[in-house]
Design a protein around this ligand. Structure first.
Ligand code: CO8
Length: 288
C-alpha cells in the first residue's frame, strides 16, 4: 500500500466538447476502511462514471472520456488492474443516453464513428472489474460485460431492454450475453427485454460474485488488489488468452494460448516465480 491517492477529473466545461466531470479516476485507489487512514492500493485504479442525474447513462462523450482514461491507465506501467463503477447506489449505468440516441439515423450512426469507443474499451489490456450497484441496462450491461469480471451488489439488475425501445443491443450485447449465459437464455432476455437480479445473474454465470450492497466497490477493489499483486506480464497474457475463448475458434485459441505460454518463459517473472517456489520463498515480481 502507498499513501496519497491522486484524483483526476475531466474538469467542468474545460474541454472543447464542454464535458463535465463525467469520468473520475482515482489512482492508486483508496484502500478499504479497515486499512490505515489515507492508505491506497498499489497498482489499482478506481474509475467512476458520474452522471447521477441520468442514472449514469452513457453519452457518446462519456464513452470517449472513459476510453481515453482507460487507455491512459493501460499505458501506465504502475497500473495493474482497474475497477469501474457508477456514481451513487441506483445505477452502474442505465444504458446509452436515450435522449442523445433518439434523433440518430442509421446513416448518422454508421458515419459518425461514435461507436469506436467500444472497440477501444475492448482493446484494454489491463484487467477490468465492473463493480455494479443498481441497474446495468442496455449499454450499461454491455459495458459491464466488456469488463473481465463483474462484482455485483445484491441490489444489482442486469438486462438488455433495447427491444422495448424498438431496437436491439448494439454494443456487444447479443454476442457477449450469449457467450456468457448461452443462446436459449440470452434469446429470452434479449427478445423480451426482461431484467434479471444479481442472484439470477450469478446462477446464469454472468457475474463473478454477489456481495452486500455497501461492500460492492471494496470487494471489487480487493479482487483488483489480489490481481495487482500477480506478475503483470503473465496477467495481461492470461487475460488475453481467456478472452480468446470468447472471440476465437477453439483451435485458434489453443494455438495462441500455447504461443503465449511459451513466450512467458522468456520473462524474468517466470524465472523468479519458479525459483521462488523451489527455494520456498515468496516471489518478487518486476514486470519484466
Ligand atoms: N438515457 C437517458 N436518460 C436516462 C436513461 C437513459 N438510458 N435512464 C434513465 N435516465 C434518466 C431519466 O430520464 C430521468 O431523468 P429526468 O429526472 O430528467 O427525467 C433520470 O435518469 C432518472 O430516471 P427515472 O426517473 O426513469 O428513474 P426510475 O427509478 O423511475 O427508473 C429505470 C429507472 C427503470 C432504469 C429507467 O430510468 C429506465 O428504464 N431507463 C432506461 C433503461 C433503458 O432502456 N436502457 C437501454 C437504453 S438503449 C441502449 O443502451 C442501447 C445501447 C446501444 C449501444 C450504446 C451506444 C452508446
Amino acid at each position: 500500500m502507498t499513501n496519497a491517492p491522486a484524483q483526476r477529473d475531466l474538469s467542468d466545461g474545460s474541454s472543447p466538447a464542454g464535458r463535465r466531470d463525467v469520468v473520475r479516476v482515482v489512482f492508486p485507489a483508496p484502500a478499504p476502511p479497515s486499512a490505515a487512514p489515507s492508505a491506497s492500493l498499489d497498482g489499482v485504479a478506481l474509475v467512476t462514471i458520474h452522471r447521477p442525474e441520468a442514472l449514469n447513462a452513457l453519452s457518446f462523450d462519456l464513452l470517449d472520456a472513459l476510453a481515453a482514461e482507460l487507455e491512459a491507465l493501460d499505458g501506465n506501467p504502475a497500473a495493474r488492474a482497474v475497477v469501474i463503477t457508477g456514481s451513487g447506489s441506483r445505477a452502474f449505468a442505465a444504458g446509452a443516453d436515450i435522449r442523445e440516441l433518439a434523433p440518430e439515423t442509421g446513416a448518422s450512426l454508421r458515419d459518425g464513428g461514435r461507436f469506436r469507443a467500444w472497440d477501444r474499451l475492448a482493446g484494454i489490456g489491463l484487467p477490468l472489474i465492473a463493480a455494479v450497484r443498481g441497474v446495468a441496462l442496455g449499454g450499461g450491461c454491455e459495458l459491464a460485460m466488456t469488463c473481465d469480471m463483474i462484482v455485483a451488489a445484491e441490489d444489482a439488475t442486469f438486462g438488455q431492454p433495447e427491444i422495448r425501445l424498438g431496437v436491439m443491443p448494439g454494443a456487444g450485447g447479443t454476442q457477449r450475453l450469449t457467450r456468457a449465459i448461452g443462446k436459449a437464455r440470452a434469446m429470452e432476455l434479449i427478445l423480451t427485454g426482461r431484467s434479471i437480479n444479481a442472484i439470477e445473474a450469478e446462477r446464469l454465470g454472468l457475474v463473478t460474485t454477489v456481495v452486500p450492497d455497501e461492500a460492492t466497490v471494496d470487494a471489487a477493489l480487493e479482487l483488483a488488489a489480489r490481481i495487482a499483486a500477480m506478475p503483470p506480464i503473465a496477467v495481461r497474457a492470461a487475460k488475453s488468452a481467456v478472452r480468446d475463448a470468447d472471440e476465437r475458434s477453439l483451435a485458434d485459441g489453443l494455438a495462441r494460448e500455447r504461443d503465449t505460454f511459451f513466450g512467458l518463459f522468456d520473462t524474468h517473472d517466470q524465472a523468479e516465480g519458479m525459483a521462488a517456489f523451489v527455494e520456498k520463498r515468496p516471489p518478487v515480481w518486476t514486470g519484466r
